[in-house]
Design a protein around this ligand. Structure first.
Ligand code: ADP
Ligand code: MG
Length: 295
């Protein structure tokens, strides 16, 4: 393509809400045949709500929400915010944790009012040799079958609650997936979340279960992209989180949601300013048009 065509393409991109890091990016955009979509915050709104609280025998709802809410209040994760806001709604101001640490892809851990508290995936509890009692394990399974994310809460060495949070699919996501497919790309859903939740979101946007890669730790997302590239695919990746940055950089084309974190935006080749997945399809069409593949 001529420099003029590239400049025009870049300018048209800006009008469409697509910020392109350099004109050469249009060339890789055109070649992509697989588009890996992060789930939370990309396909879904990322705005989660606390929907239900399941308690172990003898556990008080107020204490579970206060301890879990206090710890999650120190995290910016969408799940954490749902738990903190839900706890505040019921019980008002939350205590400030004496100690706090993020455990990427698993949850949070810390100390609240003298109690050692864990909030996150069951896997996080298992790392501390704790298990959900049968009634809570059943509640978790049922929540996940319904497409919700189940979060375990433990303190002082015992699993004591399961919280259900859910996140809505963005209204534009299904149409965007259809358009990406019509452009000849294969959409793949990638997430750290549970397989059942991931498949339920995938079904809602028209991605078959075979193209869902779930329960992937943040540091392994980049490995998934490498594996697809190893199969000879040219991979575009769309993401929003800190945990997507390495995968966005590894992908042949990284598309960052403009509504996402700075780390993702810095790692991407393209920014979808409106945080709308339809812009990913616009970007592919634009590059093909600019480079003369389609009229
Ligand atoms: P995604 O890949 O969908 O953006 P993450 O890698 O951020 O998801 O998180 C993966 C999973 O780890 C979540 O679905 C959740 O079960 C758990 N998790 C991560 N952070 C937290 C947190 N602060 N509180 C509770 N659970 C968490
Ligand atoms: Mg995300």
């Amino acid at each position: 393509a001529t420099p003029t065509a590239l400049m025009v393409g870049t300018g048209r991109g800006a009008q469409l809400g697509i910020l392109i890091k350099g004109p050469e990016v249009l060339e890789t955009t055109r070649r992509a045949d697989t588009v890996v979509l992060d789930k939370t915050g990309t396909v879904t709104t990322g705005e989660m709500t606390l929907l239900a609280v399941h308690l172990a025998e003898g556990t008080a709802r107020e204490e579970a929400l206060r301890l879990a809410g206090a710890l999650e209040n120190a995290s910016e994760h969408p799940i954490a915010q749902a738990v903190a806001r839900g706890a505040e709604r019921e019980h008002g101001t939350l205590p400030v944790p004496e100690d706090f640490a993020n455990v990427p892809g698993l949850g949070v851990q810390g100390v609240v009012e003298g109690h050692a508290v864990l909030v996150g995936r069951e896997k996080l509890l298992r790392e501390w040799a704790m298990e959900l009692p049968p009634a809570l394990a059943a509640a978790k399974e049922e929540a996940e079958r319904a497409g919700r994310t189940a979060i375990a809460v433990a303190w002082d060495g015992e699993a004591r609650a399961v919280l259900e949070v859910a996140d809505a699919v963005k209204p534009s996501s299904a149409g965007a997936v259809r358009r990406l497919r019509a452009l000849g790309l294969t959409p793949v859903l990638l997430t750290g979340d549970n397989r059942a939740v991931a498949e339920s979101v995938a079904a809602e946007v028209g991605i078959p279960a075979d193209d869902v890669i779930a329960e992937v730790m943040p540091e392994d997302k980049v490995g998934v992209v490498k594996r697809l590239q190893g199969e000879g695919r040219s991979v575009a990746m769309v993401g929003d989180g800190v945990n997507d940055a390495a995968a966005l950089a590894q992908a042949d084309l990284g598309l960052a949601m403009g509504t996402g974190t700075d780390a993702a935006i810095e790692a991407g080749d393209l920014t979808l300013v409106r945080g709308d997945l339809r812009s990913a399809a616009d970007a592919i069409r634009l590059s093909r048009r600019t480079l003369g593949t389609i009229k």
